[in-house]
Structure formats: structure tokens, C-alpha cells
Design a protein around this ligand. Structure first.
Ligand SMILES: [Zn+2]
Length: 463
């Protein structure tokens, strides 16, 4: 007897919201209980209610889930895994090996933050390091480009998403029908990573839409703009503060600065990587080399060039080293987390340097609503940092071209590759205006059935 062709897809997170990815696929079986799989289990980030949302119990029984698939190691895709395990999940967690390694660093960092948010009271914390270790024990590696049977006649195949090191799309297949979860989709061609692989035979597509409503500046423009900002800042003997996401963006920024210095596009200038987590992640990137990287990086690696190292680059691991940066002579560049300025060392630098018009704050990524980064990007002239009113007189610049996400045109092109087979596109992981704009463009230009699901919405799929 063949398996039934019915499945139910429920959106338990990441709808009308960039963060909090959590999708439940229940695959029916004629003779057995359904196979229940989750794709991603991430934190909501940014909003004032995010801690509350992350602490909330799951809307399903974690004990009933058979397998959890993780697309990549960003916190909004992995943050809630230890809670899932703490609440009873006993299945298997799958991802690429690079995602597993990076996720452990990201989760350990998150646990520290959670402890602070809980007022250092272990009773109030969402999860602790023990729960992370329990999760890591359930975690298994799955390689790219290998078909794996997962039961109920379902197989899974991993394709590179080109978003961060180890990022993958999951293509689930049964009886010739395919459903693809994209996770986040890379801004290919990327400086470090291989291009996002094509999807050509999806019947259902659950895709990200963070930049669904806008395009990035071109790769040439972003580089020229970065060079201009660095040069102007050096000329003014100012401090250039770059809030950077520890995972991927920091490595991209280091790679680009290394290239600029090598090509003499900019004069040598001291660069401080002031983030213990970014330093740890950079070490993982270095260890993973050359696997998982694009051909250009592989070539650099083969020729002995360490792309994450240049003469004036300093890693400031300890708090004392971090504090000492203040006394180092200008001009200088400081790269520090968090990327959205909602914590981490960067807020100390922002407090110190924002009042001086000779300094520059350069934002290079998505800034969630409700974060200090978003306020600054939106042009705030006064901000509150650690309880103090800080006047913003520094230049505030913004380059979105280094985003790790596809822009609107490239999201459209991605769907076009599979327009002949696709029956429904679910646009998720975007603010409503981005997701809805992409939905409209997909309907108008690609002629596909696209929609933005709401939190808790369920759909019957022919799968
Ligand atoms: Zn991501």
C-alpha cells in the first residue's frame, strides 16, 4: 500500500516577522502515526515583547516531534532549540556539520544573555548551558547533496543556501512531490560563499522575504561606498564604529577590509574586532576552510593567504582590552556586536563616539523594529543608551549591499526557476510590508500562487 498524499503545514513562527522561524510539517501515513517534523526553532528578536514570546510554551507538544531540521545557525533559527529539548523533545536534530558547530557558539552566547535577562536568577531563565548540551547530544550531521530517507516514504536533500557558512535549504520528497524550505537565502554572488543553488522542481515553497520589497545597491556601489566612508573617516581622524553581526557579516567586513588594504584602496588603519563571539566564529570559519567556501576563497586559501588576517587587525577578547580601545589613537575602526545595537560591546562604543561629528557609525545589516540600531538608522538625534541620553552628532551611514539576504529582484528570480512546478509559495520571515510586496510581485510577474501565512495558520498539502 502506498503512503497517503496528505500533509499539514503549520506556521508557528516567522510569519509577518523576520525572526522566530518555526514550521511544523505533519506527514500523514496510511498505516502509522504521522511523521512530525519541524524546520527551524528560532528566537524572536528585536521587539519589546521578544523575551516573553521566547519564554512562551510551544503551541504543540515537543514530545510528539520526530525530527528537527535546522537551516542555519542564526539565533532566529536556532534560539529556541534548548527550550524544545527542555520541554520534552527527544527526536533527532539534523543540520550540516558547520551549522552544528556554529549553533553551539551562538546558543552558548544566548544562554549568557538569557541569564542576565532573568536577573541572574536560574529559576527564571528560559534555558541554561545544560539544556544546550542536551540539545547537542541529539544533534546529527547531514551532508549537502546526499539523499537521505527519513521514514514514511519521505526523503530529504540538502542544497546550499549561500546565506552563511553551513546554511542549507531542505527539499523533502515523497511520491514525486517536493516541498522546499529555503531558510534564509544568500545575497549571491557572495564574497565568501558558493552561490545559492537553484530549485527547479518544488511543488511548495516556504521562502524567506526579509527584503521582499526592496533591492540592494550593486556590489560595485557597496564597495565604493565602503571605501569612501573609511577614507573620509580617516581624513577626519575619526572613529568608525561598525555594529556587526558576529556570524558571517563580521567575516565579510574583515575580508573586504583585507582586500581594500591589499589593493591600497584605503591607507592602513588599526581595526579592532571587539567581540568575543565574533572572534570565536571567525576561528570556526578559519578551521572549516576551504570546505563550504566559494572558489575564490579556496584559491586564496591554497595560495596561503589568510583572508581573516591583516597587519593592523587586533582581536580584543577581554574586557580590559576592549576598554583600552578608547585610549588608542585615532583614526581607527571598531567592529563590535551586536549587529542591531541591542546589546554587546558596540553600545559602549556608541555611547562614547556618537556625540562627536568626526566619527561615523556604519550600519550594514537588517535592523529590527524596536532596536537601537533601527532608531539610529531612522535618523534619531537623541537616543537612550544604558539609561543615558546620548546626542547623535556622528555621521550615520548605511550600506545594505553587504546584506546576507537576497533582495526583491533576486527572490523573484529564485522563484522563476521553479515556476513551472510550484503550486504555492508561502512568503515568510519578513515584516508584513516586505512579505506582502513580494507576494504581489510573485503573482504579477511570475504568475504563481503566493501568500503570506499568519501565525498559527495551517494548510493541507498534497504531499
Ligand atoms: Zn539568517
Amino acid at each position: 500500500m502506498t503512503s497517503g498524499n496528505h500533509s499539514k503545514l503549520t506556521f508557528w513562527g516567522g510569519t509577518g516577522l523576520v525572526t522566530g522561524a518555526n514550521f511544523l510539517l505533519e506527514i500523514e501515513n496510511t498505516n502509522a502515526k504521522p511523521l512530525r517534523i519541524l524546520v527551524d526553532c528560532g528566537f524572536v528578536q528585536g521587539g519589546s515583547d521578544s523575551h516573553e514570546l521566547n519564554a512562551k510554551n510551544f503551541s504543540y507538544d515537543p514530545r510528539s516531534i520526530d525530527i528537527l531540521f535546522i537551516t542555519h545557525a542564526h539565533l532566529d533559527h536556532v534560539g529556541k532549540i534548548p527550550k524544545l529539548v527542555k520541554d520534552g523533545f527527544k527526536g533527532v536534530i539534523y543540520s550540516t556539520s558547520m551549522t552544528r558547530e556554529l549553533a553551539q557558539v551562538i546558543l552558548e552566547d544566548a544562554a549568557k544573555l538569557l541569564m542576565r535577562e532573568a536577573g541572574n536568577n536560574p529559576k527564571n531563565v528560559i534555558y541554561n548551558e545544560e539544556d544546550i548540551l542536551s540539545a547537542m547530544r541529539l544533534w546529527k550531521d547531514m551532508p549537502y547533496h546526499t539523499k537521505t530517507e527519513i521514514g514514511s516514504g519521505v526523503s530529504v536533500y540538502l542544497k546550499d543556501a549561500g546565506h552563511i557558512l553551513g546554511s542549507t535549504m531542505y527539499e523533502f520528497s515523497r511520491n514525486g512531490r517536493n516541498i522546499v524550505f529555503t531558510g534564509d537565502l544568500g545575497n549571491s554572488p557572495d564574497l565568501l560563499l558558493p552561490d545559492t543553488e537553484k530549485i527547479t522542481d518544488a511543488n511548495y515553497l516556504v521562502m524567506e522575504s526579509v527584503y521582499g520589497d526592496r533591492n540592494h545597491e550593486s556590489k560595485e556601489d557597496r564597495r565604493a561606498k565602503f571605501i569612501r566612508i573609511v577614507k573620509e573617516n580617516i581624513a577626519r581622524k575619526g572613529v568608525l564604529v561598525i555594529p556587526a553581526f558576529s556570524l558571517e557579516r563580521t567575516q565579510i567586513v574583515l575580508y573586504e577590509l583585507d582586500e581594500m588594504i591589499e589593493r591600497k584602496d584605503i591607507p592602513a588603519v588599526p581595526v579592532y574586532l571587539d567581540s568575543p563571539m565574533a572572534i570565536r566564529v571567525t576561528e570556526i570559519y578559519r578551521r572549516a576552510m576551504p570546505e563550504g567556501f566559494n572558489e575564490g576563497v579556496k584559491k586564496d586559501f591554497a595560495s596561503g593567504d589568510d583572508i581573516f588576517k591583516f597587519p593592523d587587525l587586533r582581536f580584543t577578547l577581554t574586557t580590559d582590552e576592549s576598554k583600552a580601545i578608547l585610549h588608542a589613537p585615532n583614526p581607527k575602526i571598531i567592529i563590535a556586536g551586536s549587529g542591531m545595537s541591542n546589546g554587546g560591546r558596540v553600545i559602549h562604543h556608541e555611547k562614547n563616539y556618537l556625540p562627536d561629528p568626526n566619527n561615523t557609525l556604519l550600519m550594514m545589516g537588517y535592523e529590527a523594529v524596536g532596536t537601537l540600531g533601527r532608531e539610529l538608522m531612522d535618523g534619531a538625534k537623541n537616543v537612550n543608551i544604558m539609561g543615558e541620553n546620548v546626542e547623535v552628532r556622528a555621521r550615520v551611514e548605511n550600506i545594505q549591499g553587504y546584506s546576507g539576504h537576497k533582495d526583491s529582484d533576486h527572490l523573484i528570480a529564485f522563484v522563476e526557476d521553479t515556476h513551472e512546478t510550484v503550486e504555492k509559495v508561502f512568503c515568510v520571515m519578513g515584516e508584513p510590508k516586505s512579505s506582502l510586496f513580494l507576494v504581489q510581485r510573485l503573482r504579477d510577474y511570475v504568475g504563481v500562487n503566493a501568500m503570506m501565512p499568519k501565525l498559527g495558520d495551517s494548510f493541507d498539502l498534497n504531499f
